[in-house]
Write a protein that binds this ligand. Structure first.
Ligand code: ADP
Ligand code: MG
Length: 239
């Protein structure tokens, strides 16, 4: 269970500020979707939450604990990227188990976690295959599996479906919806530029523009009451 608070998060690259003070409170178990144009800072914010970027100022708080200076591997956060690199010479099982071995978990615990993730993602019959013998959608599910086995408090997705073709995106979106149901206690943040994904998956949508938050609300709220034309166009509401 994890409440996540972002307090006045600023981030600059050299002297270019790309996040201008982001404030957001996310409740435990919420599925939050970030949308906004390319370059508005969505990936930078996700990487900052994961600890892959150092923020310039502000506070990141999980369950009341300030995690600004906590190492990425100790934050209890898993992240799935758009381009997922599986180890080509390792089976599906080994791809999912690898990080857990490094972390020193017991063989029995690793086995349990990998089988649990495989069941959630319907990969049980593929555990002994190599990545090259999988479809693109199955490979992306293995990448998601690698994140699940770490038993995260917070799960971050950065446009995980954008490399898939249209039909696969729909199928994998349904998988993500199931994942959300099967891990109801895990807080999830999902970046997409696909309106259908945003409207169908989100408990709340956060609309970004140029390093600011334009509006936060449920899909229905944003659709019915967009704060401005920018949000309306992004959500696709008839204003
Ligand atoms: P989004 O994910 O919304 O497309 P990004 O977070 O990737 O946006 O990028 C936000 C801004 O920060 C862009 O102007 C981008 O060019 C810049 N940026 C991203 N990463 C770096 C980096 N490592 N070094 C310098 N500038 C970066
Ligand atoms: Mg991005």
């Amino acid at each position: 269970m994890a409440d996540l608070s972002l307090r006045s998060i600023r981030k600059s690259y050299a002297n270019l500020e790309v996040l201008h003070g982001i404030d957001l409170d996310i409740r435990s178990g919420e599925f939050i979707v970030f949308v906004g144009p390319s370059g508005c800072g969505k990936s930078t914010l996700l990487r900052s939450i994961a600890g892959l970027e150092t923020i310039t100022s502000g506070d990141l708080i999980i369950d009341g604990e300030r995690i600004n200076n906590v190492a990425p591997s100790k934050r209890g956060i898993s992240m799935v990227f758009q381009s997922y690199a599986l180890y080509p010479h390792m089976t599906v099982f080994e791809n999912m188990a690898f990080g857990l071995r490094i972390a020193g978990l017991s063989k029995a615990e690793i086995d349990k976690r990998v089988r649990n993730a495989a069941a959630i993602l319907q990969l049980e019959n593929y555990l002994q295959r190599l990545p090259k013998a999988l479809s693109g959608g199955q490979r992306q599910r293995v990448a998601i599996g690698r994140a699940i086995v770490r038993d995260p408090r917070v799960f971050l997705f950065d446009e995980p479906l954008s490399n898939l073709d249209a039909a696969l995106r729909v199928a994998t979106r349904i998988e993500i919806a199931k994942l959300k149901q099967s891990m109801p206690e895990v807080t999830m943040i999902y970046v997409t530029h696909d309106q259908v994904e945003a409207m169908t998956l989100a408990d709340r949508i956060v609309v970004f523009k140029d390093g600011y938050i334009e509006q936060v609300g449920t899909p229905i709220e944003l659709y019915k009451n967009p704060a401005n034309l920018f949000v309306a166009q992004f959500i696709g509401s008839p204003s």
